[in-house]
Design a protein around this ligand. Structure first.
Ligand SMILES: NC(=O)c1ccc[n+]([C@@H]2O[C@H](COP(=O)([O-])OP(=O)(O)OC[C@H]3O[C@@H](n4cnc5c(N)ncnc54)[C@H](OP(=O)(O)O)[C@@H]3O)[C@@H](O)[C@H]2O)c1
Length: 240
């Protein structure tokens, strides 16, 4: 049976690759992003339905949910990114620090919480929620890492909440993944080399590495996997 899969932030990078994987398996996919043109273009390119929606806006999320047809089998919260890389000039004043921290919490934590809370009533037994965290959560000196650590912590609690309804909830935490717009052109060759050197398999991750694992977590074979944080990073961070 074809499922309805909602991928927030599905117009680029990991989200787009995740959408492509589900579509290839015969599912119907709705992708979102904040930029109407990009969402529409990506949706047409891959054969999904595109909806402009800022996942950190309660109004946008309510409007999105109203148009989903009453059922979402799989929710993938990919929307996010490190707002320290996309904004500049906040300075080191306390108000600048507050703005920078709030931006990363809004972009990565609040966005996933709002979308999940709105979509949860539409998810049937057998459904899944997959939240995208980050290896950065393990080195959480920054607001981005702290926000992603919060995503993983909240997801574990979400799992306990939805488990009795037959729904799974997991975090996927990627390491460095190339072919995305994540770094906004700010990744130096030296930093990229260092990120790859830190892996055991000596390569960057690909969006499809994340997409394949997401598809698995939403599959019949993964029904007893819930409340977990799956690291996908070539060994750059190990859980032991
Ligand atoms: N690439 C990596 O190395 C890496 C590593 C660890 C974790 N991650 C995480 O992976 C996720 C996907 O990032 P990516 O690497 O694929 O970067 P990307 O290519 O920049 O994709 C981010 C996507 O999210 C959308 N987006 C951002 N904020 C949004 C919001 N508030 N509401 C709706 N859509 C939003 C963007 O579209 P608009 O800008 O048009 O809204 C875009 O479609 C992020 O959560 C990121 O933190 C990435």
């Amino acid at each position: 049976m074809s499922r309805l899969v909602l991928v927030t932030g599905g117009s680029s990078g990991l989200g787009k690759a995740i959408a492509v994987r589900f579509l290839a398996g015969g599912d119907s996919v709705v992708i979102t992003g904040r930029t109407a043109d990009t969402v529409e273009q990506s949706a047409q390119e891959i054969g999904a339905r595109g909806v402009r929606c800022d996942a950190s806006s309660p109004t946008d999320v309510e409007a999105l949910c109203g148009g989903l047809g009453g059922r979402v089998d799989v929710l993938v919260n990919t929307a996010g990114g490190n707002t320290d890389l996309s904004a500049s000039g906040r300075g080191e004043s306390l108000s600048g620090i507050a703005a920078a921290w709030r931006a990363n919490l809004e972009a990565n934590l609040i966005s996933a919480v709002l979308t999940t809370m709105a979509v949860l009533p539409l998810i049937p037994s057998g459904g899944s929620v997959v939240n995208v965290g980050s290896i950065g959560a393990e080195y959480a000196g920054s607001s981005y890492g702290a926000a992603k650590a919060a995503v993983a912590a909240w997801t574990a609690g979400l799992s306990a909440q939805v488990g009795p309804r037959g729904i799974t909830a997991n975090t996927i935490s990627p390491g460095y993944i190339e072919d995305t717009a994540f770094f906004h052109g700010q990744l130096s060759d030296e930093r990229r080399d260092a990120l790859i050197a830190a892996t055991h398999d000596q390569r960057a991750g690909k969006p499809d590495d994340i997409a394949a694992a997401t598809l698995f977590l939403a599959s019949d074979g993964a029904r007893h996997i819930t409340g977990q944080n799956l690291h996908i990073n070539g060994g750059a961070f190990t859980t032991r």
